[in-house]
Design a protein around this ligand. Structure first.
Ligand code: BES
Ligand code: ZN
Length: 854
């Protein structure tokens, strides 16, 4: 690996270079002799020549392995070994490969392959971690059945599939479903289980377990309910039944990602499965429910049907994110889920798609696949599935999915295969639609209108700006959901989906008696930036009357963006029109409280920086911060009479429930508290903190106290109360950074790294501090560069320990070209310092190179 320089093209892997594997695998037998620094892995693998491959070159991936011995058909052999894998002379006929390797789970801080977390063994194999366990064709188009024997002095020994036999210090497992190596998993530890069961619609009983460390057993009940709900939902909505007699979930404390869908043995970051009312917030509960659903849904979209190669990652991730968002919409509120998904899409995916890291939903080259688990692959990938459904309709979508499951069960497939089932079901040509997978960048959709002789016409133009490596863009198929309102607020045209395919296109609505007010891109029907010349009166009108809740909030959001833009660029005062519209929503009892809270929330500083940059301004983080503060203060003052009433009216009585109903009341009350705290010196917040009996109430109050400078005692008390709970202490770290004034953010983060409980090896703890720093817009972008420097210092320290987490967090610098020259120079200097660090990991080197060059 070249150090400190952009990736030479030779390290890039291209989709167009795909070739089928030379050998397929029929079966795999693995024996693990567990030992912290010297685990032995003995493999016995049945290979057969692939009739679909012309090559007979035998290559097995393998990294960080010590080869002890190898044999082919019982004959000892000496393969040629490099740090990437091995080659050997093999027969042009079926044969059995045997090997013994030694690995060191204890020293594996990268958390890929087999590693240890708090005394337990666990694995993470996606995308290419299995090659750190044994020599193997570690690619998703090689699917095989696995039989596993685990020998170890620990009470619980788990792997994929069904248990077949066990004794003192050993257990054997067999997974009857052929799977790629990335779905392999092993867990061993002193664990307790929360058991339950589920009977499938065809009457098969499935045993369910959530396995945790002994102290966490009281935090499993909610996750288990979420699992059963997900199993039922996938039967009801997609006709998909679970296919083994056992489904295990394990919680681990050290995990790079949120969770992993290993066949029959999902492994979760403990923060994404453990919850109790005292330790988890409403938002945590909602996320846990979604992520359990997500990993469970992968059993069909990912495991039974998997990806041919990693370029097709969106095939499983985009579709599964789409499915989990449908699930959340069904079990909670559709409008609230859509609004929060789009907020996330804009904050993270639009930022990515409009900067140096922009790439297609299906990339056509990569260096390190770990770096492509991105918002574009996931969130834009899910939007693309949503557009497909919108274009073909619900019934055809269901028929296409039935065909997908029938035609491709047991296969490793491509996006072409996925689109073909839609073409075959509907007779549509999806050639142009394919561009959503191949073309990067967020389309800009501009709209103008006219009204003549009862005919209302919408004129649309689309344009996608160039992205790195893709200068010329073709028009996309854009489903534009539109409704029309008449001037007194009634709907004269209910939602229709216009199908735009050309660079410019007009659509007519005939027979109208007066000029209507359009509601465009309802439900955010396509992932585009809508540029619409609307006056703020019309926005306020739509905010009050639109029948589409997404657009109702969107109008409020657009109004707020415009008000803030004028405050930032022209020094304007807060617009009373906006404050009045907000007051109306706050006090409208007919509206869902969670929806009201979302309408009350202001655009984030990141969103404003994006908007200003897009409009040709250089965003000034200090001015953005100041304007958002002025506007919240003005809102608090305008609403001062209503806030105490709203706060009181939405207190939830009785035992805590994480359901959407009570959670909605709490989020509205806590939004009111946040405003109220500006007016009452945090009296109410202190009272709430003192009385809180659940984490949602406790942490909302703590946030107010900290932000308004009354938090010293509460912060200490919180620590004393929760010092033995790792997940709560993660919140304690993050809260202190998030709730600082911009001039204190860096010093606070820096001080926390010196706290005895700071542990850079634990990704959750590292992200608590530095994720909070990176998301604190004005604090991170301090004019003197101290924020950039602190983050870079720690990324340089983290890289040799955990390259994957380092490479993800360096994305905090991706928008560096948006800012003024001084800040650009400061960020560039830090990026170059990271780039020039000796022995930088390949993961981080690729990211820093792309950020600097793109
Ligand atoms: N398959 C992924 C986990 C994964 C990601 C493994 C990257 C290896 C590298 C899993 O299904 C997933 O997508 N998890 C998400 C959460 C999900 C709800 C979107 C995660 O871990 O963040
Ligand atoms: Zn996933």
């Amino acid at each position: 690996m070249t150090k400190g320089h952009p990736m030479p093209d030779s390290q890039k892997i291209y989709l167009s270079d795909y070739t089928p594997p030379a050998y397929l695998v029929e079966s795999v037998h693995l024996t693990f002799k567990l030992s912290p620094n010297a685990t032995r892995v003995i493999s016995k693998i049945r290979f057969v020549p692939n009739p679909d491959s012309a090559s007979r070159d035998f290559f097995l991936h393998g990294e960080h392995l010590t080869l002890i011995r190898a044999a082919i058909d019982g004959q000892e052999c000496s393969p040629a070994v490099t740090d990437k894998g091995l080659t050997a002379q093999v027969p042009d006929a079926p044969f059995t490969w045997e090997a013994e390797v030694e690995i060191n789970p204890q020293d594996n801080t990268a958390l890929e392959g087999l590693y240890m977390s708090n005394g337990m063994y666990c694995t993470q194999c996606e995308a290419e971690g299995f090659r750190r366990i044994t020599y193997y064709p570690d690619r998703p188009d090689v699917m095989a059945t696995f039989t596993v024997r685990i020998e170890g002095d620990l009470p619980v020994l788990l792997s994929n599939g069904n248990p077949t036999d066990s004794g003192d210090g050993w257990a054997e497992w067999h997974d009857p479903w052929p799977k790629p190596s990335y779905l392999f998993a092993l867990v061993a530890g002193d664990l307790r289980n929360h058991p339950d069961s589920f009977t499938t619609k065809s009457g098969r009983k499935v045993d369910l377990n959530i396995w945790v460390r002994p102290g966490d057993i009281d935090k499993c009940a909610f996750g288990m309910e979420a699992l059963k709900k997900s199993m039922k939902w996938d039967e009801d909505v997609y006709g998909r039944e679970y296919d083994l007699d056992l489904f295990n979930i394990v919680a681990v404390d050290d995990f790079n990602m949120g969770a992993m869908e290993n066949k029959g043995l999902n492994i979760f970051n403990s923060s994404c499965v453990l919850a109790s009312p005292e330790t988890a917030t409403d938002a945590n509960f909602e996320r846990i429910e979604a992520i359990i659903a997500h990993e469970y849904f992968h059993n069909w979209t990912g495991n039974r049907i998997t990806c041919r190669d990693w370029f097709q990652l969106c095939l499983k991730e985009g579709l599964t994110v789409y499915r989990d968002s449908q699930f959340t919409s069904d079990v909670r509120s559709r409008a609230v889920k859509r609004i929060s998904d789009v907020d996330g899409l804009r904050a993270v995916q639009f930022r990515e798609d409009n900067g140096p890291l922009a790439h297609p939903v299906r990339p056509d080259s990569f260096v390190e696949i770990n770096n492509f688990y991105t918002a574009t692959v996931y969130e834009k990938g899910a939007e693309v599935v949503g557009m497909l459904k919108r274009l073909v309709g619900d019934d055809a979508y269901r028929r296409a999915l039935d065909l997908y499951f029938k035609r491709h069960d047991g296969q490793a497939v491509t996006i072409e295969d996925w689109l073909k089932v839609f073409e075959d079901t509907t007779g549509r040509d999806l050639g142009q639609f394919m561009r959503w997978y191949s073309q990067a960048g967020t389309p800009r959709l501009t709209v103008a209108d006219d009204f003549k002789d009862g005919t209302y016409t919408l004129h649309f133009k689309q344009h996608t700006p160039p992205t790195p490596g893709q200068d010329v863009k073709q028009p996309q198929v854009i489903p534009i959901a539109v409704g029309l309102l008449n001037p007194n607020g009634d709907e004269v045209q209910e939602t229709v989906v216009l199908e735009m395919t050309k660079p410019e296109q007009s659509f007519e609505f005939k027979g109208l008696s007066s000029r209507p007010v359009p509601s465009i891109l309802r439900e955010f029907s396509a992932p585009v930036i809508l540029e619409q010349d609307v006056d703020n009166k019309t926005r306020a009108f739509l905010m009050a009357h639109d029948s589409d809740p997404f657009n109702r909030r969107e109008s409020g959001n657009a109004l707020a963006r415009d008000v803030l833009r004028r405050m930032i660029t022209d020094g304007a005062a807060p617009d009373p029109l906006y404050l009045e519209a907000k007051a109306k929503i706050l006090t409208d009892k007919a509206l869902d409280p969670a929806f009201r809270a979302l309408v009350l929330s202001q655009p984030t500083q990141e969103e404003l920086a994006q908007m200003l940059f897009d409009a040709g301004h250089t965003p000034d983080p200090d001015a953005i911060f100041k304007a958002t503060q002025t506007l919240v203060q003005a809102s608090a003052e305008r609403l001062h009479q209503d806030l105490p009433r709203i706060y009181a009216a939405h207190q939830v009585k009785g035992p805590y429930s994480p359901d959407a109903g009570p959670a909605g009341h709490r989020v509205l009350a806590n939004s009111a508290l946040w405003l109220l705290s500006r007016l009452d010196d945090c009296k109410q917040a202190q009272a709430q903190y003192d009385a809180a009996d659940n984490m949602t109430q406790q942490i909302s109050a703590l946030g107010c106290l900290q932000y308004f400078g009354h938090g010293t005692d509460a912060t200490q008390a919180f620590y004393d109360q929760w010092r033995h709970d790792r997940l709560v202490i993660d919140k304690w770290f993050a809260m202190q950074v998030s709730n600082t004034r911009p001039d204190q953010t860096v010093a606070t983060a820096q001080a926390l790294t010196e706290h005895a409980d700071f542990d850079m090896k634990n990704p959750n703890r590292f992200r608590a501090v530095f994720g909070a720093l990176a998301w604190h817009h004005a604090g991170f972008h301090r004019a003197d560069g101290a924020g950039y420097r602190l983050l870079a210092d720690w990324l340089i320290k983290l890289d040799p320990v955990n390259p994957q987490t380092t490479a993800r967090m360096i994305t905090a610098f991706q928008s560096w070209r948006r800012y003024d020259e001084e800040r650009q120079a400061l960020m560039r200097a830090e990026l170059e310092r990271i780039r020039d660090t000796p022995d930088l990991s390949g993961d981080t080197a690729e990211m820093v190179g792309r950020i600097l060059e793109g």
